[in-house]
Write a protein that binds this ligand. Structure first.
Ligand code: NAP
Length: 331
């Protein structure tokens, strides 16, 4: 088997360019194909990244035997159907966050991944970043004693119009799936436990997506994680882990930063740990490494974590009254 993993991209939008840029940086990984809904977009993307294959049809990309792994970067409600087709075609799959609209859909993808012997991972790139690894190490070393709670906020006052996917219910927009997913995923990553209870309140937009949500999750060890997320307010965007002997803080932009601090009493140690490239390289390298050694799940973003976070988001949405409709929620 070749040690170079050949990739295709489905959904050549904004984030797909960042992914292609990271792929170009990674050894043993090569982007060879792109699929768009239009040949013009596919050609423009392929020309920018010098790709051999540009398709106006996802099925053509999936039929290309050179493509071993696909990165799915479409709007949220198109992740599940595209991933299903990719797994059935025998491709390894990396899906942008949130992996699916709901937990039942991701559970189905896990079954398909097993049936077709494919790697499946949600692209929660933040979990791989060096400052997050540092925070995990401090937690493992008990530098803040026993963890009691986590507080985080992730809010950006976007200026997009109503048609933009973030504001658009028909593209499974809203704060929870787009931004809140990071608060839940990183809180879970820090605690390493399953949740036992959730309480949430939210405000829906005129279009029916969640503009703002505040929620508290309780975990099996009794710890609490409280978060706020919004697409209409600029928030502090920090994540604090509170322990019996101190606090670990990730800020600014706790999901995409490089700075982490440890506070014990009046003593504060702050480290800046930059990314090797644009931050996406770590998840790509992890995926390629797993595939090379025959692993089908990442230790950093295992299926159970993605399932747990989607289950939590299902419950938050149930409590705030946000359902995307049978067409997008069906399995
Ligand atoms: N990891 C991160 O830091 C990060 C940051 C931003 C976004 N994301 C995630 O990445 C995904 C894509 O976000 P994005 O900001 O890149 O979105 P985007 O710029 O709107 O790109 C999405 C692409 O999907 C394709 N697409 C397929 N079906 C579509 C449909 N029905 N409507 C609209 N576009 C459709 C479009 O390409 P064609 O028209 O060429 O088919 C479009 O360019 C989302 O899951 C988002 O949450 C991740």
């Amino acid at each position: 088997m070749s040690t170079t993993l050949h990739w295709g991209i489905i959904g050549p939008g904004r984030i797909a360019h960042k992914f292609a840029d990271a792929l170009a940086y990674c050894d043993h990984n090569q982007l060879v194909a792109v699929a768009s809904r239009s040949q013009q977009n596919a050609d423009a993307f392929a020309s920018r990244w010098q790709l051999a294959h540009a398709y106006d049809d996802e099925a053509a990309l999936l039929a290309n035997p050179q493509v071993q792994a696909v990165y799915i970067a479409t709007p949220h409600n198109y992740h599940y159907p595209a991933a299903m087709r990719a797994l059935k075609a025998g491709k390894h799959v990396l899906i942008e966050k949130p992996a699916c609209v709901n937990a039942a859909q991701f559970a189905r993808l896990c079954e398909l991944a097993e049936q077709h012997d494919c790697m499946l991972m949600e692209a929660v790139w933040s979990r791989f970043l060096p400052y997050v690894a540092q925070a995990k190490q401090w937690l493992a070393d008990k530098r803040i004693g026993e963890v009691q709670s986590i507080q985080s906020s992730i809010g950006i006052a976007f200026e997009h119009g109503p048609e933009h996917r973030i504001n658009n219910k028909a593209l499974a927009g809203g704060a929870m799936l787009d931004l809140g997913v990071y608060a839940l995923s990183l809180s879970q990553f820090m605690l390493g436990q399953s949740h036992t209870a959730i309480q949430a309140l939210g405000k829906l937009s005129a279009d029916g997506v969640d503009e703002s949500v505040m929620a508290t999750v309780q975990y099996s060890g009794g710890q609490l994680a409280q978060f706020a997320t919004s697409i209409v307010s600029q928030q502090q965007n920090a994540l604090h882990v509170y322990g019996s002997e101190g606090t670990i803080t990730l800020e600014p932009r706790f999901w995409s930063g490089s700075q982490v601090s440890l506070q014990r009493g009046d003593d504060i140690q702050t480290l800046t740990l930059p990314w090797a490239h644009n931050g996406f390289e770590y998840q790509i390298e992890d995926m390629a490494r797993c595939i090379l050694v025959g692993k089908r799940q990442s230790d950093v973003v295992p299926h159970r974590d993605t399932l747990a976070v989607l289950t939590q988001m299902d419950e938050v949405r149930r409590q705030i009254g946000l359902y995307y409709g049978d067409e997008f929620e069906k399995v």
